[in-house]
Design a protein around this ligand. Structure first.
Ligand code: ADP
Ligand code: MG
Length: 326
C-alpha cells in the first residue's frame, strides 16, 4: 500500500511513513491496555490514493507479560467495502421495486383516462383563451405523472425480459440516432469510438437502449452550453478473469459533487429541481432504473466525475459465451 520496502521503513518514525490522521488515531490508544479496533478507517497512500482499512492494535507482551510494544494490523478492505455498497444498493432497489411496480400499475390506468379526457376537452375548447391553457397544464402534468409511473414500472422484475444475442454497438447507434437532432441543437460534439466486430452479449436491446438513453440525456443535461460527448466500446480481457464488453459514456459537463456521488443511483435522487425555460425537471429515476437493468444483465456500472470537468460512466457486460449458467 505504501510502496516502501522493509529496509526503507525500518527505523523510521511512524509519522514519517503514515498520514497524520492515522498516527493520531494510534496515539489515542497509546496508554491503554487490550486490543483496539478502528473499522473502515480512511487511509491516504503516498500516491494520494484513498483506501479503506480495518485496523487492529494489540499490545506486544514479553514472556513475563511486560508490554514491550504494539502490533498494528492494517487490513486493506477497499474492494470489500465497494462490493458491500453495491449489494446494499441492489437490495434497496429490489424492495422498492416490488412496492413501486404495484403502485405504478394501479396509477397508470386512471392517469391514462385523465389524460385522454383532458385532450378531448382541449380539442373542443380550442381557441378558448381562459380554459385552453388550464387544460394544457393538466395534460402536461398528466404526461409527467405517467413518465414517473412508467419509470417505476421498470423496477418490476416480474415482467419477463427476453434475452438474446445483442450487439452493444447497434444499441448505441440506435439510441444516438434518436438524439442526433437534440445534440446538434445543444451544440454537443459526439465522438463515437465503437470497436469493430464487438462480440455479442446476452441482453435485451430495448432495455439496454433505455440505459444508454438515460446516460446520454444526463450527459446532455450536464452540458447546457454545449460540449463534448465520447461514447466508446471495447472488449477487455483481464488476465485470469473472463473477458467482458466495456462501454463508456463521457461528457465534458458540470460533473457530480462528491457528496452526491453515493446517491445518484437512489430512486428519486435528482439535482434538477430548478425549472428554467426549456429545461426538463428531473425525476431522479433514470440512473436507478439503469442500475436495475444493468444488474439484470449481470453487468456493472461505475462513475468517475470531476466537478467542472465532466463525468464518465463505465459499463461492463459479460460476454455471451461466458454466461452459460444452468
Ligand atoms: P434525473 O436526470 O432525472 O435527475 P438520474 O437518475 O438520471 O435523474 O440522475 C440523478 C442525478 O445524477 C442527476 O440529477 C444529476 O445530479 C446526477 N447526474 C447523472 N448523470 C450526470 C452527468 N453526466 N453529469 C452530471 N451529473 C449527473
Ligand atoms: Mg436522468
Amino acid at each position: 500500500m505504501y510502496a516502501l520496502s522493509r529496509a526503507e521503513a525500518i527505523g523510521q518514525e511512524l509519522s514519517s511513513v503514515f498520514p497524520a490522521e492515522f498516527v493520531d488515531a494510534l496515539d489515542t490508544f497509546r496508554n491503554e491496555q487490550g486490543v483496539h479496533h478502528l473499522y473502515k478507517f480512511p487511509l491516504t497512500t503516498r500516491a494520494g490514493e484513498m483506501r479503506t482499512a480495518n485496523i487492529a492494535i494489540a499490545p506486544l507482551l514479553s514472556r513475563d507479560f511486560v508490554s514491550v510494544g504494539r502490533i498494528i494490523l492494517v487490513d486493506d478492505i477497499t474492494e470489500r467495502v465497494s462490493l458491500e455498497t453495491q449489494l446494499a444498493q441492489s437490495d434497496k432497489l429490489s424492495s422498492i421495486g416490488l412496492l413501486a411496480a404495484g403502485v405504478a400499475h394501479e396509477i397508470n390506468t386512471p392517469l391514462a383516462v385523465i389524460s385522454s379526457y383532458a385532450q378531448m376537452l382541449s380539442k373542443q375548447l380550442k381557441g378558448d383563451e381562459r380554459l385552453g391553457p388550464v387544460l394544457d397544464k393538466i395534460i402536461q402534468q398528466s404526461f409527467r405523472a405517467a413518465e414517473i409511473a412508467n419509470g417505476l414500472l421498470n423496477f418490476s422484475r416480474t415482467s419477463t425480459t427476453e434475452f438474446r444475442d445483442t450487439n452493444l454497438n447497434q444499441v448505441i447507434r440506435d439510441t444516438l440516432s434518436l438524439l442526433e437532432h437534440q445534440f446538434k441543437t445543444a451544440q454537443i460534439i459526439v465522438d463515437l469510438e465503437l470497436t469493430e466486430s464487438l462480440p455479442p452479449i446476452n441482453g435485451n436491446p430495448g432495455k439496454l437502449q433505455q440505459v444508454f438513453l438515460n446516460l446520454l440525456l444526463n450527459a446532455k443535461e450536464a452540458m447546457p452550453g454545449g460540449g463534448h460527448l465520447r461514447v466508446a466500446t471495447q472488449i477487455n480481457s483481464p488476465a485470469g478473469q473472463s473477458s467482458y464488453v466495456a462501454a463508456l459514456v463521457a461528457d465534458s459537463g458540470s460533473g457530480i459533487a462528491p457528496e452526491h456521488l453515493k446517491r445518484i443511483y437512489d430512486p428519486f435522487f435528482t439535482t434538477k429541481t430548478m425549472v428554467r425555460p426549456g429545461d426538463r425537471r428531473g425525476t431522479g429515476l433514470g440512473l436507478s432504473v439503469s442500475y436495475g437493468i444493468i444488474q439484470e444483465h449481470a453487468g456493472k456500472i461505475h462513475v468517475e466525475s470531476a466537478v467542472g470537468a465532466g463525468t464518465t460512466f463505465h459499463l461492463e457486460f459479460p460476454l455471451l459465451r461466458n454466461s452459460v449458467h444452468v
